[in-house]
Design a binder for this molecule. Structure first.
Ligand code: ZN
Length: 479
């Protein structure tokens, strides 16, 4: 039986169009999904959009659109971006899907009947940008640090989730890596949050937000947008609510996620509210939550007001799909923050792709054709390379994977420069130089499949015949 591998991106909030941050998470998830398919696992890869909440209602109003029309437009932009980037998700799921809405209502009803949700009055400071209540200790000079706005004083009747009930159980599960949080510094951060601040009950409904899912037993409230959004990880598999709990005949048999990828801003909610909801619903927790860092652009935070936002389509137009995927995945240590710039991307494109991989493929195939050599290359013949690659992939070390493959390419290049087969006459001698180099290229191409699917297939096809022909340049130089 193949192993099940369920991987998710976060559900992207449709308050803006996809930018390089969303792209980073999604391409990384795609690399893992593709690799797990290649090693024979049964993979389900979920992505989608989070479409409810006060912020969306306001945004739609600003643009003079009905909320549904607004979210349809933005969801299409996400879909299109992922299609352009050759993302291989099994489902793109939206929280305005009617199956999602029904299932969320059933789930909340179950939690309410169980006594995990109760009516109370909540008073606090609310940041609309975060769609979250804030504590004084969360604020910097009285402002939400992420949105630089003064949170509103709110006092309203709401249905409250007994989050505090799950404090001890969750802390234990996180400490024992039953809910694994990676990298380790992120786990330590969350453990320290549990130990120092701890979980408090949290409002799970809003009274004056119309653009949301109604609380099934009291239609004057809508469900808190995060509670709605988290359940997409279940409904995106076809989960239809609570009875029966798990339908084995549907996509839901992929539960639980092996890996949930996300950026650090949503780590805390994903390691508190989300697993507590699963415990309340009696469902197994996700295995691993992996948190990657942020990209800054030329040392500055990416922001609309600075005008330095990078959108995926710009990159694709300039570099092509596979090169864009490469540039993003090699830009930083996965799990740490990184700084990028357009100039850096240009330089890396020329160095690693135009002069690197592309030039080597052209050089080798050209020499093979010119000398009319017959080769018999074996793919996946370098077991050591494959072993190291696997280890790094399992450790989410994508940048190191690429570095080591490029090291292999550089070595191949050096062999050619040293031995200068173009100056030789003897065919046998030439073949002895070119054959191992060509086989290295084939091996590297095979391991590049998850990262650069189209280019990898092209190279494999080109080098899998007896008489290899020269090719068009894979990556034209840019100036
Ligand atoms: Zn905020």
């Amino acid at each position: 039986m193949p192993k099940k591998f369920y991987i998710t991106t976060p559900i992207y909030y449709v308050n803006g169009v996809p930018h390089i941050g969303h792209t980073y998470t999604t391409v990384a998830a795609d690399v893992l999904a593709r690799w797990h398919r290649l090693i024979g696992d049964d993979v389900f890869f979920l992505t989608g959009t989070d479409e409810h909440g006060a912020k969306i209602e306001e945004k739609a109003k600003e643009m003079k659109l009905k909320p549904q029309k607004y979210v349809d437009e933005i969801a299409d932009k996400f879909k299109q971006a992922w299609q352009e980037l050759n993302i291989s998700h099994n489902n793109f799921f939206r929280t305005t899907d009617k199956n999602h809405i029904k299932a969320v209502q059933k789930a909340l009803q179950f939690m309410y009947d169980k006594g995990d949700i109760y009516l109370s009055k909540y008073e606090g400071l609310y940041c609309r940008g975060c769609e979250q209540y804030k504590k004084n200790r969360d604020l910097v000079d009285g402002l939400c640090p992420d949105h630089k706005t003064v949170p509103e004083k709110m006092s309203e009747e709401c249905y409250t989730f007994k989050l505090s009930k799950y404090q001890d159980k969750l802390l234990e599960l996180i400490k024992k890596d039953k809910l694994q949080i990676l990298p380790l510094n992120r786990k330590n951060e969350i453990v320290s949050f549990y130990e120092k601040e701890g979980l408090e009950d949290i409002s799970f409904s809003r009274k004056n937000v119309n653009w949301g899912i109604p609380i099934p037993w009291d239609n004057s409230h809508t469900i808190y947008v995060w509670a709605d959004a988290f359940l997409y990880y279940l409904t995106g598999l076809g989960w239809d609510g609570f009875t029966p709990l798990i339908k084995q005949d549907r996509g839901i048999n992929f539960w639980p996620p092996q890996v949930q990828l996300m950026s650090k801003d949503i780590l805390r909610v994903h390691t508190t509210i989300w697993p507590a909801m699963l415990l309340s619903l009696g469902l197994p927790l996700s295995k691993t939550i992996f948190v990657h860092g942020y990209f800054s652009i030329n040392g500055q935070k990416m922001s609309k007001s600075i005008g330095n936002v990078i959108v995926p389509n710009d990159l694709i137009k300039k570099y092509g799909v596979d090169a864009t995927r490469y540039l993003i995945m090699s830009a930083a240590v996965f799990g740490s923050d990184g700084d990028i710039s357009r100039q850096q991307f240009d330089e890396k494109y020329n160095a690693d792709l135009a002069n690197g991989l592309g030039n080597l493929v052209a050089r080798v195939s050209n020499l093979l054709e010119k000398n009319n050599l017959e080769l018999n290359l074996k793919i996946n013949s370098n077991k050591k390379l494959i072993r190291e690659y696997k280890e790094k992939m399992l450790g989410f070390k994508f940048d190191e994977v690429l570095k080591s493959l490029w090291q292999k390419l550089r070595t191949a290049d050096e062999i050619l420069s040293d031995k200068k087969p173009w100056k030789l006459e003897d065919k046998k001698e030439i073949k002895n130089i070119l054959e191992p180099v060509a086989e290295d290229l084939l091996n590297v191409a095979s391991l590049l499949k998850p990262f650069m699917p189209t280019v990898a297939e092209k190279i494999i096809k080109q080098f899998s015949v007896k008489q290899i022909k020269k090719s068009q340049s894979l990556f034209p130089r840019i100036n």
